[in-house]
Write a protein that binds this ligand. Sequence first.
Ligand SMILES: [Zn+2]
Length: 409
Amino acid sequence: MARELAGTNNGHARRFNRRVVLEAIRVFGPISRAEIARRTALMFPTVSTIVAGFLEQDIVRTVGRARGSRGQPATLIALNGGAAFTYGLHLDRNQMRAVLVDLAGEVREQAVRWVAAPDAEQTVSAVEEMVEGLRANAAVSPDRIIGAGLTLPGPVDRETLRSAASPWRDFPLRDALQKRLGVPVWVERDAPAAALGERLHGDGRSVRDFFYINFSVGVGGGLILGGQPYGGANGYAGEIGHYPSVKDGRQCICGARGCLETYVSVGALMSELGIDGKPDQAARTLAQLAEARDPRLHAWAARSADVLAPALMAIENMLDVAVIFFGGYLPKALACDMIDLVKPALESMRMSGKKRHPELRLATSGADAAAMGAAVLPVFELLAPDPNLMLKRTENSAPAEPARSVLQL
Ligand SMILES: [Zn+2]
């Protein structure tokens, strides 16, 4: 772990070191200065100076003293959650989710609205209303809000930041929201954002290489390699929903036939079971069927496991990740069912003599995962330092305005 967080004593990298120290405090806090120095391989005076700066900025706070150590007990440092807040917005084809998250990753307020393909203007107004409600309920001052993350169903074009699979494909949603909310807005595909949320706040904290499958109306995937998100050359890495699964199969919205998501997704499940009507009613119906352990769901999970297995095997063989998380808004029991059902199918495809393979695991944060991940976007670069970020920034991580000064590191 010390290696993962290793800082550098080189003067050019002061900014990076500050992020490394902040990351150590986030992951291991409450933590003493000496322990930070040990874990980051930075010199004690360097750590002390950085921590003093953080205390002055109110980003961290002292939370008592370490017990059991010899001599003067060391002061412990922890993130100050209330120092800064972000909004996480997840807009899908049938629902809008918003969360208000503090710097320590705690969800202070959340809201959901079920909508069927709203137009752009309605969407912007609804989002503004939702986040204002969250902020007022949590009694957070507007100047503590440092940004918002917005996730859209994939694929999302890296240059225009628009989602072809959304009702707002021809509308500059990011710019409009930035103007209305008065904070910088980051945009990401829903699945990679959910993966980021898992990495920063969920079980993914202790997993450096994982794939995250997001079962929503469609299906997407997000990839974390070496602890960092991997988007690919064009931002499409992980688009597992369009893995060709059934030859000459069902027509997909992407134009191809037989894509994975036309069989294994909440949208596919709903239409196979004939669940329709308003989005909130449909979601309730599905939850009730899952709770009653309806045999049709089990039958669907069994069929889905067969379609899903080759795609999972491709992930396993090409990426050799440690964990494949099942996330999104499939009912929990159904996702567990699917994990159990797909395991034997994978076993039959696996190279013989292989001692270790990816573990299939239920993701931590369920239906709010993409919104949680969205809330991470404005602070991820600050909280999870990657030396490469000192050299390059992606278009997507650089909104029109920088984050507010409360977190200028
Ligand atoms: Zn497709």
